[in-house]
Design a protein around this ligand. Structure first.
Ligand code: NAD
Ligand code: TYD
Length: 339
């Protein structure tokens, strides 16, 4: 089995590659990644010498490069993680989100049609459903919840989902889509809430909480997400959408306080900053379908996962210090400087 994993030099894609190579000794994995600011070859160091692994630097929007790779490796499965993934950046500059997340998805699916594949899997997000009110804890996103996006990021992801379903219906392309809740774990880029707070706390820097910190996210350890995608691509039905989430809703402020406690840092580092524009209040996934059809259940409890994650950041300082010493400084100044 030959799998092309796009965006495999990023957070979830790299964890997925590690998971697949460890689990299947016969699977060949090719990582296709543009290496944007969020992609990092150092992340792939654990597998770079694995004979079942290879890396191709390319943009998923580059039709010629994508077709060339398909021709060379004749993949059976494509798992598309490649995306611009940060909501705050999409608010600053939506263009590249539309280009990569929508046009890039179309190029990959055109390649699938041209060369023939067993499965194209689109890694989507719960953010395509918009948000839920805080005072209705009985409401959850199901696969039939209407798409109702808030940010340029989520709108680009929802557009891609529609395109994937259109390629299924129009061309009969064997596709699947997973919509997962917020992930956390090793190799998470330190612009996102959990790694940003860990890295700032370790450097005794302020911990910038948007608004009043009451927004709720449904956190899932990254390996549980990888296991779910593995099940979907091998046993899930073509043409289907699967929600992935572990019923682990937490407010941002509670997360930041847990990180302070685990690191022995004072809560006085927490600073409330002006809210994100269009900030979604609450995400909450109903994972009944993937549980009942494929038997998936999350295995890592948040209390354990956050400890593992913090330990990883403590033991892998060189990974994140290299990131925050470069261009990241300009980004941080732009996003948080006058906030
Ligand atoms: P990430 O930003 O850490 O990694 C994205 C990767 O894609 C990087 O390696 C980057 O270099 C690559 N990339 C970007 N543009 C590219 C292009 N044009 N061509 C080729 N490669 C390109 O993202 P992540 O957090 O790992 O998210 C992966 C996927 O999972 C995304 O599609 C995202 O929408 C989805 N998702 C993320 C979460 C989450 O909590 N992080 C939750 C649900 C779904
Ligand atoms: P983020 O990690 O960007 O994921 P998403 O917006 O895709 O859910 O943010 C998670 C939550 O944390 C979100 O409600 C915004 C909030 N947040 C902060 O309060 N401060 C920060 O510095 C960041 C990056 C996020």
């Amino acid at each position: 089995m030959t799998i092309i994993v796009t965006g495999g030099a990023g957070f979830i894609g790299s964890n997925f590659i590690f998971y697949i190579l460890k689990k299947y000794s016969q699977h060949r994995v090719i990582c296709l990644d543009k290496l944007t600011y969020a992609g990092n070859l150092a992340t792939l160091k654990p597998v770079i010498d694995n004979p079942n692994f290879s890396f191709c630097r390319a943009d998923i929007c580059d039709r010629e490069a994508v077709y060339k790779l398909f021709e060379e490796v004749q993949p059976d499965i494509i798992v598309n993680f490649a995306a611009e993934s940060h909501v705050d950046r999409s608010i600053e500059d939506p263009g590249v989100f539309l280009q990569t997340n929508i046009m890039g998805t179309a190029v990959l699916m055109d390649a699938c049609r041209k060369y023939g594949i067993e499965r194209y899997h689109q890694v989507s997000t719960d953010e395509v459903y918009g948000d839920l009110p805080l005072d209705r804890p009985d409401l959850f996103f199901t696969e039939t919840t209407p798409l109702h996006t808030s940010s340029p990021y989520s709108s680009s992801k929802a557009s891609a989902d529609l395109l994937v379903l259109a390629y299924s219906r129009t061309y009969g392309l064997p596709v699947s889509i997973s919509r997962c809740s917020n992930n956390y774990g090793p190799y998470h880029f330190p612009e996102k809430l959990i790694p940003l707070m860990i890295v700032n706390a370790l450097n005794d820097k302020l911990l910038p909480v948007y608004g009043n910190g009451g927004n709720v996210r449904d956190w899932l350890y990254v390996e549980d997400h990888c296991k779910a995608i593995d099940l979907i691509i091998h046993s899930g039905k073509a043409g289907e959408v699967y929600n992935i989430g572990g019923h682990n809703e937490m407010s941002n402020i509670d997360i930041v306080k847990i990180i302070c406690r685990e690191l022995g840092k004072p809560e006085s580092l927490i600073t409330y900053v002006p809210d994100r524009k269009g900030h979604d209040m609450r995400y909450a996934i109903d994972p009944t379908k993937i549980h009942s059809e494929l038997g998936w259940l999350p295995e890592i409890k948040f209390a354990d996962g956050i400890k593992k994650t913090i330990k990883w950041y403590l033991e892998n300082r060189s990974w994140w210090e290299a990131i925050i010493s470069g261009e990241y400084q300009k980004y941080y100044q732009k996003m948080y400087g006058d906030r």
